[in-house]
Design a protein around this ligand. Structure first.
Ligand SMILES: [Mn+2]
Length: 317
């Protein structure tokens, strides 16, 4: 590894609310305001999005815009592969969290023989499939796509044939399926789960460190314990959805949930993970400045996380 490469993916087609496609630019504005030279020193790679297709009328009610999101997954995966092959450390700033499925695809395509661990810091488990989703939004599905999960036991929807075909394609990007096993997956701060998701987590004994439990044990215990549970993995990807943080901090995200992480806890977790030699990719996502009730605060916090993790990563490269 030689350098951090920042990758901007402003696709927001997986979200139900508009505006997370502006997350990356909001972080850039935060950097200019603060006088930070971060983006001067880390000129971003920009992956083109299909956001103009937001008004397209292909009917896939249980996987909204999935045809365009399949394209996004391929673009993201390809860029992640190129970045890793060039010996760089990808940090993705993505619009909505569906994009993370493309990141995971790229990581598996780059290292097909290796086991990938995933640390998912989020208010939500994002493990719905078109068969179980209450909203139809793909940002609730990246981990189902990555674990190759339909969860038909909990089926509430009858997806159309074209939806199912696109969903199969999404799960199989890179020809590797599943990309992540349940033993390779760790959740932190998940607290807003639907029945179908609860079922999957329980059935597969997936670890979730609740915010409350973490405050009893401390963040460093959570970091050590999580990394220990992923000891069998060759590499680790950390995905940070800003809605993992408490809704009082800022409303600048599509689906805010109360009782989340404090900023300081988010900084501690992300910095500590960034230090670990197996961590090979990070993502920050769901920053939506159009919803922020505290000017540009969510993006300012995201910038601070970005700066902190970059420093830790560059210290060990
Ligand atoms: Mn998420």
């Amino acid at each position: 590894m030689s350098a951090v490469r920042v990758i901007s993916v402003n696709s927001e087609l997986g979200a139900g609310t508009r505006g997370s496609g502006l997350g990356f630019d909001a972080i850039r504005v935060a950097a200019w305001t603060k006088g930070s030279r971060y983006f001067k020193n880390h000129p971003p790679t920009i992956i083109p999005s299909n956001n103009d297709e937001v008004l397209d009328d292909i009917e896939t009610a249980y996987a909204v815009k999935i045809h365009y999101i399949v394209e996004m997954y391929k673009r993201i995966a390809e860029t992640v592969v190129d970045t890793l092959k060039a010996g760089n450390f990808p940090i993705l700033i993505s619009g909505d969290h569906s994009n993370a499925g493309g990141t995971i695809a790229g990581l598996r395509m780059a290292y097909p023989e290796e086991k990938l661990g995933v640390i998912w810091i989020d208010a939500h488990a994002d493990i719905h499939s078109p068969y179980t989703t209450p909203s139809g939004n793909l940002h609730g599905m990246p981990l189902a796509a990555s674990t190759g999960l339909d969860n038909k036991v909990c089926q509430i929807n009858q997806p159309e044939e074209n939806t199912i075909a696109a969903w199969e394609e999404l799960k199989n990007i890179g020809g590797i399926q599943p990309k992540v096993g349940f033993k390779d997956l760790i959740f932190i701060a998940v607290r807003d789960l639907e029945k179908a998701e609860r079922f999957i987590l329980k059935q597969n004994k997936v670890k979730n460190y609740t915010v409350q439990k973490m405050r009893e044990t401390g963040t460093s215990f959570v970091v050590e314990d999580a990394l220990k549970r992923l000891e069998h993995c060759d590499r680790i990807y950390v995905s940070f959805d800003v809605d993992s943080m408490d809704a009082n901090i800022s409303r600048g995200t599509g689906t805010p949930v109360k009782s989340g992480l404090y900023e300081s806890e988010a900084f501690q977790l992300m910095s500590a993970f960034a230090k670990h030699p197996k961590v090979c990719c990070m993502e920050l996502t769901e920053i939506n400045p159009t919803l922020d009730n505290k000017k540009n605060l969510m993006a300012e916090i995201a910038l601070e996380i970005l700066e902190k993790v970059t420093l830790e990563i560059e210290n060990r490269l």
